[in-house]
Write a protein that binds this ligand. Sequence first.
Ligand code: KG4
Ligand code: ZN
Length: 335
Amino acid sequence: MYFLAIETSCDETAAAVFTEEPRILANVIASQTDLHARFGGVVPEVAARAHLQRLLPVIDEALDQAGIKLYQIGCIAVLNTPGLVGALLVGVSAAKALALALEVPLVSANHIEAHIYACRLAAGREIFPCVGLVISGGHTSLFHCRSALNFELLGATTDDAAGEAFDKVANILGLGFPGGPAVERAALAGNPQVYRFPRSFLKEERLDFSFSGLKTAVLYAVHGQGATSGGLLTPEKTADLAASFQQAVVDVLVGKAEQALTHTDLKRLAVGGGVAANSHLRQALERMASNRDVELFIPPLNLCTDNAAMAAIAVEKWRKKSWAPLDLDAIPAYQ
Ligand code: KG4
Ligand code: ZN
């Protein structure tokens, strides 16, 4: 049984082919970074148009890599929420058309939950029940994941997402887009102790996050309190600011994950989303997990950032015959 999965929620056009085990046969991602870089962020209309141009070639490439033909596909999976509505609509429309034409079931899944499922895919074995931490450009959320299809939201960001903070700070420091990898590179030469940035909610019991104050603190450290421009950014200062900012984000993410483990009394932590590609964070999570005797699941880098293989969470729904109707909609907000 072969599944074809589609993901177009933001700025990656992605298609994957997997079996019901699930085993990934192809995971093709066409990044749009080059198109959005000059705007310093993802432009929704540009993203949607690029998905239109790229989706069919990406699907063809996935089928080629898997060594199968379209008629052999037995189920179409699509991540229909959350995301940019225009971008999502391209993937959802293609998925519905393919399911109708091939006369096979359509299964929809949630992009955020799929980021956690990437850990299950990479591990090749059961990871549930676990605490799930999703850290991406649009979301920073903690879940009690009882099973692949039973997620309880424990807390989320009240303003910026962790990845968004990386992108905005990269912008402030003039490091370019996408910000996460650029800040991580700059931080390598910096001292994380030089600036003492805020760690919001870290001492509180609530499992929520806030990163907008941190971003403003970096802005003021660059330009002076209350200022919006000016200030001299030497390479040394840039590196120290990047390292101190990254350390603040890592302290908060690791601290809150630890609080969620205590709160749920669980011994497994699954981390997904683009920010999970950050090596400083990965090391800090590994230390915390080993100190607490917790099993840590973090996917390899190509399964952390947006991809369609993580839509293999749809296999769990397909087994339960939980199929989506052909009037399935794209839903921009997480519900
Ligand atoms: O999961 P993802 O690919 O897309 C969304 O669903 O949002 O996450 C993208 C986010 C971006 O904000 C990007 O800056 C961040 O992940 N990111 C990183 C790193 N690589 C990507 N953040 C920190 N360190 C990285 N190495
Ligand atoms: Zn994502």
